[in-house]
Design a protein around this ligand. Structure first.
Ligand code: GDP
Length: 437
């Protein structure tokens, strides 16, 4: 495929541990697609998009919503905190953003107050086990109930799907069963409303969402048949994929491109172009191994310059050098066609810039990633030093105008990642992007 081909369907996938700046890329690509689709995760996947100096944070709604006339589709693979969804809709509407294009799968699973309480209960318990002060005690979830909602989906007996909100007679016994099956601490949590109150509220929300609820799988196929172009937006990122990431410090869905067919009800053959987004360095939120992690002043500089604080939780992100072993793995796993590297501007003034090209494990060198937290824990990064650049590049719009060391950095990464870099981010604004043909 040539770099400038315009295929029918595209996916945008995070290649690291999330927060790569996918929102901005999806938002940019949305102009040339007819529908933007979320297929995994829940309200734990925050995107921040800057439009006309306004920072708009989206947690559940696909970023295509910012374009009037586009469909923004929340597909079956998502677990939807419907209360949060209403808040997000209200927030967008209060900023005069039209939400008419937002559609929700009747088969998406509903995150209930029980799921959130269970998530918090487990994280607190784990953190206590590892010592109160240690942030890495839990899995590092955002306590939004995502994991417990997926667990209930697998358990089936008490799972609630969006379509159930429109069937009060079925919903009431389902909520009652959720309460019955919940852990005693959750069941007896004085802050939780009664099962009847939860049901009443879910029925109310169902009525508010009714016009948006549909079978999104048929909708997507109808759109494809009509020649419309779909854009799949990955929530979270490849190294957080429940099967292929750094388990157990992962999210609870298939957040790589491998989750698209199941999470949206489309054929793997219908995804024509898979775009991977990575930062010029690495970040990670919460616990889990991070071979290239850096500490101290340098980490603080990068964190502050890159505004590396979680969109959903405000937690400071851990900072590390670019890990090419992990990046190559993510490119391979997803079948990435093109890479967008964001945050190149953040590295300005950092000299040298280090990258990790291999790991050393028990004295042996390997260029292969270890998608398992306990194995990856023992990997020591083999770092290579590349020359840095000092110029402010936030105003640069063409590759020729980048300092030569920045260009060299891009070509080094491209060579070692295994896919061409076709976009480079030099600032948070939509316009601060360099196209590389
Ligand atoms: P996402 O979840 O992958 O969309 O990432 P987030 O939205 O959580 O984080 C990306 C943050 O970086 C947002 O605040 C963006 O506005 C910002 N951002 C995106 N690309 C760039 C870039 O190239 N340079 C800088 N400095 N910031 C960027």
């Amino acid at each position: 495929m040539k770099k400038n081909d315009k295929p029918q369907s595209t996916a945008v996938i995070g290649l690291q541990w999330g927060d790569e700046g996918k929102g901005k890329i999806v938002d940019r690509l949305a102009t040339e697609h007819d529908a933007v689709v979320r297929y995994n995760g829940g309200a734990n996947a925050g995107h921040t998009i800057v439009v006309d100096d306004r920072r708009i944070s989206l947690h559940l709604i696909p970023s295509g919503i910012l374009y009037p006339g586009k469909k923004a589709i929340i597909a079956n693979g998502v677990v939807a905190d419907v209360e949060q969804l209403l808040k997000e809709i209200d927030n967008l509407e209060s900023q005069d953003i039209d939400t008419a294009g937002l559609v929700l799968s009747d088969r998406a699973h509903v995150v209930t107050p029980y799921h959130k309480a269970e998530d918090a209960r487990r994280e607190t318990l784990l953190a206590r086990e590892f010592g109160e002060k240690e942030d890495t005690g839990g899995i590092g979830t955002t306590r939004r109930g995502i994991g417990p909602a997926y667990a209930d989906k697998a358990h089936r007996a008490a799972a609630i799907r969006v379509g159930d909100l429109l069937r009060p007679d079925q919903l009431r016994p389902l909520v009652a069963r959720s309460a019955q099956l919940a852990h005693q601490d959750v069941r007896e949590d004085p802050d939780l409303p009664s099962p009847d109150a939860i049901t009443d509220r879910l029925i109310e929300i169902g009525e508010l969402l009714r016009p948006r609820i549909t079978d999104t799988s048929y909708l997507l196929h109808d759109l494809q048949r009509a020649g419309k172009r779909l854009l799949f937006e990955g929530g979270n990122a490849t190294l957080l994929d429940v099967d292929h990431g750094t388990y157990p410090f992962v999210t609870s869905s298939n957040s790589s491109a491998l989750g698209i067919p199941a999470g949206a009800g489309v054929s793997p053959k219908s995804i024509h172009n898979i775009m991977g987004v990575c930062k010029a360095y690495c970040t990670r939120v919460g616990g889990g191994p991070f071979p290239t992690e850096i500490q101290g002043e340098l980490a603080t500089t990068i964190r502050e310059r890159g505004r590396e604080f979680g969109t959903t939780t405000g937690r400071p992100r851990r900072i590390g050098w670019l890990d090419l072993v992990a990046l190559r793995y993510a490119v391979m796993l997803n079948g990435i066609d093109r890479i967008c590297m964001t945050m190149l501007d953040v590295l300005s003034g950092i000299d040298p810039i280090m990258v990790c090209n291999a790991y050393e494990i028990d004295g042996h060198r390997t260029e292969r990633f270890l998608p398992d937290a306990r194995s990856l824990e023992s990997a020591k990064p083999v770092l290579i030093s590349l020359p840095g650049f000092t110029e402010d590049i936030t105003g640069v719009r063409s590759i020729q105008d980048l300092p030569s060391n920045a260009r060299h950095y891009l070509s080094y990464v491209e060579e070692h990642a295994g896919a061409p870099i076709t976009l480079a981010g030099v600032g948070p604004d939509r316009e601060q992007t360099i196209e590389i043909s």
